[in-house]
Design a protein around this ligand. Structure first.
Ligand code: T4K
Length: 370
């Protein structure tokens, strides 16, 4: 595949251009560009309906939404979290002056291991911040039970979990808050963007103050807020994306099924199957290379794919706990994070996006099987 265009891990789906031009004409006419405009209000409502949640507050990106979610609940001290995520999860804690406490992950799906949370709780712990990594739900019931027992808040980093349901209920309905990302590489994109999902009007109000400098009225500032607002162009773009999202997820499912079928029974290669009673969004397609059974290491396979024009990504390697800002923390010690270290050294996320051709999937699998 050397002379062909490289196949990247993600390819954003864009709305129909003519439809977007029509939305732009409306914006040009209205001359209302940001600060809770009409498209913004409509998008929040339609998104809440689509997701099956009570309240959505739009943000300019997922990272600012995470930072603001922690501010919303006045989280401080220590927060228990996972090292197996995109670095923004822990950065959001750092930007709030909170000490991250890393807990190991389950060895199969890579979500925080609830059985290890209790041992990490100290008098300074105020919250748990798990991630539904690759969109696969964390063990929300067990996490809720622990949070209830110890009086902790739960904020889910649900950046990968757009549209995911467990027993027909949105996964975003668990915990105190859930945070989404609508970055270009995500299942649902508004170019850049994100949201906080919450369950009551009072909390939504506070979130909305916080993302607009803390303004609660023309001359009233109730909190040291930030500017994290989504603009009208993105909100109108997001409204158009809602029209095709079901179709996009259907296409992703087809691709995941093709990978499952073609990658079956390769010694040393493990894929994540679907979870019971879960509606997945197929946002990522991770596979795990066990070098004691497969003829190559993960990195050898990763570079072999790359040499053949297939640009997978090692999400999430290195672990967040291995980056310089965090590696000195007591909870970053490798003996505390055994499963996370193994998985981070085995993972390659393969390309997955709605328009990925079956032919390309076959080509990718051929390279893996060779
Ligand atoms: N929490 C979690 C668990 C997250 O995964 C993320 C973001 C966040 C929080 C923070 O949310 P945001 O603040 O981003 O809303 C990418 C994304 O930038 C990032 O959003 C995402 N997670 C992370 C997992 O992946 P990079 O550094 O790997 O991106 P980049 O530029 O290398 O792009 C990845 C691939 O996509 C490349 O092969 C190129 C392709 N691509 C990218 C863009 C931007 C395109 O084809 N078109 C594009 O427009 O972080």
């Amino acid at each position: 595949m050397e002379n062909k265009k490289p196949i990247l891990i993600a390819q954003p789906t864009l709305p129909n251009l003519d439809d977007f031009v029509e939305s732009l004409k409306v914006i040009w006419e209205r001359k209302w560009l940001t600060n809770n405009g009409e498209f913004h209000q409509e998008f929040e409502k339609k998104l809440a309906d689509y997701l099956g949640v009570k309240y959505v507050s739009l943000f300019s990106n997922g990272t600012l939404a995470l930072i603001s979610a922690l501010q919303t609940l006045r989280i401080s001290g220590e927060v228990i979290t996972t090292p197996y995520s995109f670095v923004a999860t822990t950065h959001a804690l750092h930007w709030n002056g909170i000490k991250p406490v890393f807990v190991d992950i389950d060895p199969v799906y890579g979500n925080i291991d609830p059985l290890k949370i209790e041992a990490a709780i100290t008098p300074k712990t105020t919250a748990i911040m798990p991630v539904h990594v690759y969109g696969n739900p964390s063990d929300v019931e067990k996490i809720e039970e622990i949070a209830g027992t110890y009086g902790l808040k739960v904020i889910y980093d649900a950046a990968h979990a757009f549209g995911v349901k467990k027993n027909k209920n949105s996964i975003l309905n668990f915990g105190d808050l859930s945070v989404l990302s609508f970055h270009a590489t995500k299942v649902f994109n508004t170019i850049e963007g994100g949201a906080i999902v919450c369950n009551d009007e009072k909390t939504k109000k506070r979130i909305d103050f916080l993302k607009n400098f803390g303004f609660a009225g023309e001359t009233t500032v109730v909190a040291p807020g930030i500017n994290a607002k989504m603009n009208e162009l993105q909100a109108s773009y997001g409204l158009l994306q809602l029209k095709t999202i079901d179709e996009q997820i259907k296409k992703r499912k087809k691709i995941a099924n093709a990978y499952y079928e073609l990658l079956e029974d390769i010694d040393g290669i493990r894929c994540l199957g679907d979870m019971e009673n879960v509606k997945h969004n197929y946002s990522y397609f991770p596979l795990f290379v066990d070098a004691s059974k497969y003829p190559m290491t993960r990195d050898e396979l990763y570079f072999k794919l790359k040499d053949n024009g297939i640009h997978g990504r090692r999400y999430f390697y290195p672990l967040i706990s291995e980056f310089p800002p965090y590696r000195g923390l007591p909870s970053s010690k490798s003996e505390n994070l055994i499963n996370a270290s193994i998985i981070a050294n085995q993972v390659i996320c393969l390309p997955i996006y709605p328009d990925l051709d079956r032919e390309v999937i076959e080509e990718i699998v051929k390279i893996i099987k060779q």
